[in-house]
Design a protein around this ligand. Structure first.
Ligand code: CS2
Length: 493
């Protein structure tokens, strides 16, 4: 089967939307670090709409920081790929033209830095996942001792991490007397714009205090809330998309119809008119971000660990399981919702109902195992902030504590039947070594987990009510199994 290409665009079936604009007329204005499936199904789609509606020099150069797979998928297709939105029998497929090329950073570092430092580049955006920031999850500080950051600090002119690349490219612009680009984090970090600013300032301060000062005075880091569920692509998905297109599309993504993007409107060098493509440009993104991290990502992680331990493979399986669904709905309504204040016009009740429907989407094969990855980096902003809020007020935390216990058991690397778990986490080795020896003693296990300083703040670690609830939940997991433990905490009826 032939690959998707520019030549193929006029031959695709009529129901497939194609980029009907002059791609060559749109210069590159955005460099995107970490061009995974999420970026392709989210920000690139908004930008594609803008290019189609208004043109402009806002095409995207994607960057793969580590692997060769995305460059190999997209470059032979001239950057073209398809996004298929699925919900039950409804299906919509469109080809996106916004991505011009993909750079493989380790092999093309000078070209990449030159592009980031070029006057035409006005935005550098990022989806590098939580761990790509090298941020201590509990304190928010840069992990200066991590080998990748230490290597960049030792050779800041040839960086490999996103932080190192940003600092080097900004320094090149400063030396050339150019304005900086705007730095746009699109990851699920707490306060993502401010978090990234802090990390970059810490890094720059270690290589050049004058660079740090320049960044502090000149660079904008707007915050964002990004939302679209985009499961990892499967062979079955690739075949299904190819059948639809009549062409092989190695870069295709499958997602849900829903998409939301709230962006803080702070772009001194200009930006695409994303609001005309459905994004919300606001003064303060923090409340939206907190709502999304706590109500979507928190329950996602709860289902990832408890669902996995309960033998449920996909998030939609969790929604099909009556006790798990009741547990998740109660977790959201009773334990998470009261910790949030909604901006004007935002209906939290409707938001929760929509989330439950999105989780239940049977067409999305979103594995619990996929969401379970990198829990050490995700737990604080997804679950622990909510827990701390409730503990300060002496409110019940049973379901949140069970979710944390699910993570603890999972992170130990052995499931409830004694089988090994393929735990993917930058701290996996330490977690297994620290937790697995205590799997038979819930109290010691809870103590060992809560003592992990990178994840639990000193206040949480010292909270007896929290330790007690996690201990009880660990005991319940052992005694009743994950689905049994969940049933005990679901509301009656
Ligand atoms: C998920 C997110 O994998 C995960 O950790 O919770 O990727 C989630 O699907 C997105 O944030 C939805 O916008």
């Amino acid at each position: 089967m032939q690959r998707l290409s520019i030549a193929a665009l006029t031959r695709l079936p009529a129901h497939i939307e194609v980029p009907a604009y002059d791609r060559e007329a749109c210069g590159i204005g955005i460099v995107h670090l970490g061009i995974g499936a999420f970026h392709r199904a989210h920000q690139a789609v908004y930008t594609d709409d803008i290019l189609a509606a208004h043109g402009g020099d806002w095409a995207i150069a994607g960057v793969s920081l580590r692997g060769r797979s995305v460059p190999d998928q997209l470059n032979p297709q001239q950057g073209l790929y398809s996004v298929t939105a699925l919900a039950g029998s409804a299906r919509h497929c469109r080809v996106i033209g916004a991505v011009r090329r993909v750079i493989f950073a380790p092999g093309e570092r000078p070209e990449l830095l030159a592009l980031m430092a070029a006057p035409a580049t006005r935005i550098v955006s990022l989806t590098v996942t939580e761990k790509g920031y090298y941020r201590d999850p509990a304190s928010g500080r840069l992990l200066t001792g991590d080998p990748a950051i230490a290597a960049d600090l030792a050779a800041p002119e040839s960086p490999a991490t996103a932080i190192g690349l940003l600092a080097r490219a900004l320094d090149l612009r400063r030396q050339a007397g150019l304005a900086p680009f705007t730095v746009l984090s699109c990851d699920n970090l707490p306060d993502n714009g401010k978090s990234l600013r802090r990390l970059l300032l810490e890094y720059a301060g270690l290589i050049s205090p004058s660079l740090a000062g320049w960044i502090e005075d000149n660079v904008a880091f707007p915050g964002t809330m990004v939302d679209r569920i985009v499961p990892a692509m499967t062979d079955e998905g690739l075949t299904c998309v190819a059948d639809d297109l009549g062409y092989a599309d190695a870069g295709s993504v499958i997602t849900e119809p829903f998409s939301q993007w709230v962006v803080e409107d702070n772009f001194p060098q200009g930006r695409p008119a994303w609001e005309t493509a459905g994004a919300m440009l606001v003064e303060d993104v923090a409340p939206y971000e907190l709502i999304k991290l706590r109500l979507l990502n928190g329950p996602h992680s709860a289902m990832a660990y408890l669902g996995y331990l309960g033998g449920l493979e996909y998030i939609s399986d969790c929604m099909d399981n009556a006790p798990m669904r009741a547990f998740v709905a109660a977790l959201m309504q009773e334990e998470i919702r009261p910790t949030l204040s909604a901006p004007g016009g935002f209906d939290l009740g409707a938001y929760i109902d929509d989330l439950l429907a999105r989780f239940a989407n049977p067409s999305l094969r979103h594995k619990c195992w996929q969401i379970a990855m990198d829990g050490s980096q995700k737990l604080p902003q997804r679950l622990l902030g909510t827990l701390a809020w409730r503990l300060q007020r002496g409110l019940p935390i049973g379901r949140l504590a069970l979710a944390v216990a699910g993570w603890v058991h999972y992170a130990a690397g052995i499931d409830l039947e004694g089988n090994p778990i393929d735990v993917r986490d930058p701290m996996a080795d330490r977690l297994a070594a620290g937790l697995a020896p205590h799997l038979d003693e819930p109290q010691a296990l809870a103590g060992a987990a809560l003592g992990i300083e990178e994840i639990f703040t000193p206040e949480l670690a010292a909270n007896a009510a929290f330790a007690g609830a996690v201990t009880e939940s660990l005991a319940a997991l052992k005694q009743y199994g994950a689905l049994g433990a969940v049933s005990h905490l679901a509301p009656p009826g």
